[in-house]
Design a protein around this ligand. Structure first.
Ligand code: ASP
Length: 623
């Protein structure tokens, strides 16, 4: 036997199945793993033995080892085996350049079956197999044996390790915070856990460790990080599930620039460590104010890997005689346009589909103008605008002959966001991203502190109720009525900007954070603007408010979504593809069968009884 290799060597194996090379020829080795494939050629049986690290071809020759051959002929895929033998170079012409071990094979002298397997419900040895996702989730432990899933989980592990290394190198302390806590509102519904010892009371699962990490700053930890599990009872999307993992961090005695600059360094170092072959498009990361991001890209998580920016068409649309434009502008709305390169020849059904798409995004309609090769404009609204104004409109939109101009007239922000969504979809359709390997990180800051909650007639934190306010906007934290309990849409508070910073990657929101309000009086004022009475404040945030009486340091931080980051680094569109055991869109764990009906004895112990359970029509639909 050769020397055991570090790593996966155990008493079962000397090497991993991804390790042996031509230079090992002649060595006596032992492998342990799964039968990936078996080819029975009569006298010779070829086995591909797979473990986490790779695949090695094993040859069993009846003439040389009849007893091993007999054992090998009973093998099926996914049996686990231990094989020993001598490493031999493959015959010239039979090497497999696709496998790192493809120059050698193992000539088996012994084989032991360690466990047998039923025929798996889907092929494990075909990385490209199209498999129903529900089946993959039900048999996740088999799905994870497949190469693509395994590779993604391995990358995720490297990501977590790099994050930990970089934080420790920069003086961060890793602290675990509890899962059974009192609600920390992050704008979503809580998952609650009934207490047995204090029947009638509940814990909340953390939507994030927000208050706890701030309390760690009051506690003097200075720099904290954690890979934190967060739970929010909301409907799933491709980039969001009920349960997710965040890199959560907080720093003391910092300005917003200090936080952004550390986070940027950390992101660059982690990216270089985990995906050294993927270029970072721009460093330092471009920074956009929220307003600029919306005006230019129609998104607060702009994808800046391509141009196709929005243009304000308000000036040329004003007084056009086209009712939609005129009325929108008169009501304080905006008209924005997007020039889509080369789509001037779009068919009626294509433009109809774009109109439908804009409506789905919330617009009342979508105007389209096709720029002809001679510069003239063809559009259903040309008769209202007149040829000259139509031409000015497409010029202002930045269009060239052959382009299609899309315009939306609507409330500010909505007009931009609708075009922003179309921009992303069309860029994808037109292949505007020239290098998909590029990582384009950007910062967005200067968010509004609050957004008006029409339904409840109050201000809501745009991001985080603890976010600080830009110093010169502090005096705006008031209502027009002078009474914080009587807010209105026109309050100066609506203009206050938060010390909030978000980071986006390739058009996905990767994370967000802020410098916090650390002054008790200001925090109470902000809470009051959000409609909280003194009693509600005490009940929901009493601990933090009280802690702020004891010398809180100025502090701030951020949280980055680990699932999203991993998905983006592995080119996945859905975070389930990078989570070991994800939930379906309706919150089910198809493998464990959770959630499941409660055991009556457990309910009795908790003093609980379910009454009037609303049945969701889509509850059984799986993903
Ligand atoms: N707690 C926030 C979140 O989960 C992040 C932060 O402000 O640090 O989004």
């Amino acid at each position: 036997m050769t020397e055991p290799s570090p790593g996966l060597a155990t008493s079962y194996r000397t090497h991993s199945a991804g390790q042996l090379r031509a230079s090992d020829a002649g060595a006596k080795v032992r492998l342990a793993g799964w039968v990936h494939r078996r080819r029975d050629l009569g006298q010779l049986i070829f086995l591909d033995i797979r473990d986490r690290e790779g695949i090695t071809q094993v040859v069993v020759d009846r003439a040389e080892r009849p007893e091993v051959h007999a054992a090998a002929s009973r093998l099926r895929t996914e049996f686990t085996v231990r094989v020993e033998g001598e490493v031999a170079r493959r015959l010239p012409g039979t090497e497999n350049p696709k496998l790192p071990t493809g120059e050698i094979e193992l000539r088996a002298s012994g084989l032991i079956v360690l466990s047998e397997s039923k025929t798996p419900p889907f092929p494990i040895n075909d990385p490209d197999a199209q498999i129903d996702e529900s089946l993959r989730l039900k048999y996740r432990y088999l799905d994870l044996r497949r190469e693509p899933m395994r590779e993604r989980l391995m990358l995720r592990s490297r990501l977590l390790r790099a994050i930990s290394d970089v934080h420790h190198a920069h003086g961060f302390v890793e602290v675990e915070t509890p899962l059974l806590i009192k609600s920390t509102p992050e704008g979503a519904r809580d998952f609650i856990v009934p207490s047995r010892q204090q029947a009638g009371s509940v814990y909340a699962l953390p939507q994030s460790p927000q208050q706890l990490k701030q309390l760690l700053m009051v506690a003097g930890l200075e720099r904290y990080f954690q890979i934190a599990h967060c739970m929010r009872d909301e409907d799933s999307r491709a980039d969001r599930g009920p349960e997710f993992t965040q890199l959560d961090l907080e720093m003391s005695f910092v300005s917003q620039d200090d936080v952004m600059s550390f986070v940027e360094t950390m992101i660059v170092e982690v990216s270089r460590a985990v995906v050294p072959d993927r270029p970072i498009r721009q460093s330092p990361f471009p920074r956009f104010t929220y307003r600029e991001a919306l005006e230019r890209f129609g998104s607060d998580k702009p994808d800046v890997r391509y141009g196709m920016e929005l243009r304000d068409l308000g000036e040329v649309a004003a007084g056009s005689g086209f009712r939609v434009f005129d009325e929108t502008l008169a009501q304080g709305g905006r008209v924005f346009g997007l020039a889509v390169p080369g789509m001037g020849g779009a068919s009626r059904s294509e433009t109809d589909a774009l109109v439908e798409r804009a409506k789905k995004a919330g617009a009342k309609g979508l105007v389209h103008l096709a720029v002809q090769p001679d510069g003239s404009v063809r559009s259903p609204i040309e008769k209202f605008l007149g040829a000259e104004r139509a031409e000015r409109l497409v010029t202002d939109a930045g269009a060239d002959p052959g382009d299609l101009v899309l315009a939306v007239a609507d409330r500010d922000v909505l007009a931009q966001e609708v075009l922003g969504e179309l921009r992303v979809e069309l860029a994808d359709r037109l292949g505007l991203v020239t290098d998909p390997r590029e990582l384009s990180y950007v910062w967005i800051h200067d968010f509004p502190m609050y957004q008006w909650d029409e339904e409840n007639g109050r201000w809501d934190a745009t991001h985080n109720p603890f976010s600080g306010v830009v110093a010169e906007d502090e005096e705006l934290l008031v209502t027009a009525s002078g009474d914080p309990s009587r807010p209105s849409r026109e309050d100066p508070a609506g203009r206050a900007r938060a010390l909030q910073h978000d980071v986006a990657l390739n058009g996905w929101e990767l994370g967000g954070g802020s410098i916090r309000i650390h002054r008790r009086d200001l925090l109470a004022r902000s809470f009051a603007l959000m409609g909280l009475t003194a009693e509600q404040m005490r009940d929901k945030f009493g601990t933090l408010l009280e802690a702020f009486d004891y010398g809180p340091p100025p502090h701030g931080g951020i949280a980055l979504g680990i699932d999203r980051w991993t998905a983006l680094l592995t080119d996945q569109h859905n975070i389930r593809e990078v989570m070991a055991f994800p939930k379906t869109g309706t919150g089910s764990d198809l493998m464990l069968g959770a959630p499941s009906p409660a055991d009556p004895a457990q309910l009795a112990e908790l003093g609980l009884k379910f009454v009037g359970i609303p049945r969701r029509p889509d509850a059984d639909r799986g993903t």
